[in-house]
Write a protein that binds this ligand. Structure first.
Ligand code: PLP
Length: 405
């Protein structure tokens, strides 16, 4: 059971007053707030441990390196990777996808090959593939979704062929909260020898992840959406794939030896971590995962589902409010429009009541186009949200409607 009072005390920002009103933060899909355990760990790191990693033999450098590698080990167990060498630290989801698009693309994509992405993906899971396809004269193909925002499996299967080299899909859509059937998607792609990248930016924080069970080839996520600092992220890749891929960037840390005649690259994972990594961010990620594990991923998932169902029921009763899609499985996000009211107007009025929601295209313009809308109002939940906050949102939306009527 979630002890909501105790949890809310861990997040000082939740006490913020906005225009004299208590903040109601419902934009967790964009970024999560940070618990004191993470905030203070960063100050503690700079006060007692800070030194560049993998460089010095001195005490602080060894200590900082130890914590960095402890974080990698923690991520490995958190996502159930086979080995910590399969965990690469990056700047975030976008950086991880660009790494794969460049490095996997360099090695495995040629003219005429095909890459499939779902049509409701975040721009981060479209544009890097588009750039790769331009470089290699390959083809980017969209996987269609139905009116419930779910991937149409029969259409997906029709698109797969021996030309398909990669499929890239979010486990949870940031625009609509749809949980895609990633296990099925992966299984079907593998039958054609295609590799699969799963964008976990909106799933890693909501339910437990098992990359071996999923059997995905790559899995990516951002630290800032899972209660850690900004500027740290993860790329998981199967070891046998990563070891065949060329480095993404050159520089310090990613080499074994350098001479003007020949440079020898480091083994995994350092081959992909050129330059000074965000080792403080990695430490904050370690602390964030420890924090989540103390609460329990199962408890988090149950509580957030209860919140989302409550919100879904309440919001559905508002006349003129249309929730986009009604997928069988949905996580943490409700995206909707208000008849005749522009989402920016609604968002600005809600803001004046202290309610933070996301408005616009959510970096998913093709997804909006698919549903013939310019954008939506999106509320996204965390385990520190409450039913009372959803009631405030509900009343806020009624006021917005009144103002326009
Ligand atoms: N993919 C999804 C599904 C997202 O929701 C986001 C961010 O909202 C991203 C990718 C990009 O994440 P970042 O900006 O942390 O790199």
């Amino acid at each position: 059971m979630i002890d909501i009072n105790k949890i809310r005390n861990d997040f000082p920002i939740l006490n913020t007053k906005v225009y004299g009103r208590q903040l109601v933060y419902l934009d967790n899909g964009a970024t999560s707030q940070k618990p004191l355990q993470v905030i203070s760990s960063v100050a503690e790191f700079y006060s007692t441990i800070n030194s560049n990693i993998h460089r010095g033999v001195h005490y602080l450098s060894s200590k900082a390196t130890e914590e960095y590698e402890k974080s990698r080990e923690k991520v490995k167990t958190f996502i159930n990777a086979k080995s910590s060498a399969e965990v690469i630290f990056t700047k975030g989801t976008t950086d991880s996808i660009n790494l794969v698009a460049f490095s996997f693309g360099e090695k495995f994509i040629s003219e005429g090959d095909e890459i499939l992405v779902c049509e409701t993906e975040h721009h981060s899971n479209i544009v890097p593939w588009q750039m790769l396809c331009e470089r290699k004269r390959a083809k980017l193909i969209k996987i269609p979704v139905d009116n419930n925002t779910e991937i149409i499996m029969e259409e997906y299967e029709k698109l797969l062929s021996s030309k398909t080299k990669l499929v890239a899909v979010a486990q949870v859509s940031n625009a609509f909260g749809t949980i895609h059937s990633t296990e099925k998607i992966i299984e079907k792609a593998h039958k054609f020898g295609a590799k699969v990248l799963i964008d976990g930016a909106q799933s890693i924080q909501h339910f437990s992840t098992d990359v071996q069970k999923l059997d995905c080839d790559f899995y990516v996520f951002s630290g800032h959406k899972i209660y850690a600092e900004t500027g740290i992220g993860v790329l998981f890749g199967k070891g046998e794939l990563l070891s065949q891929m060329p480095p993404y960037q050159g520089g310090g840390d990613m080499i074994n030896s350098v001479s003007f005649e020949k440079t020898e690259y480091a083994e995994l994972p350092l081959k992909f971590e050129a330059g000074t990594s965000n080792y403080v961010g990695a430490y904050s990620l370690l602390k964030a995962i420890e924090y989540l594990e103390n609460i329990g991923l199962k408890e988090i998932a149950e509580y957030e589902t209860e919140l989302k169902n409550y919100a879904f029921e309440k919001l559905s009763t508002i006349p003129g409010l249309e929730i986009i899609g009604n997928p069988k499985n949905n996580s943490g996000v409700i995206s909707f429009t208000l008849k005749d009211i522009h989402f920016y107007d609604a968002g600005m009025i809600l803001d004046k009541m202290g309610i933070a929601v996301r408005t616009g295209t959510h970096c998913a313009e093709p997804a909006m186009k698919r549903f013939n809308i310019l954008g939506t109002i999106r509320v996204s939940f965390s385990f520190y949200n409450t039913k009372e906050e959803i009631d405030i949102l509900y009343n806020g939306l009624l006021k917005v409607k009144q103002m326009f009527e």
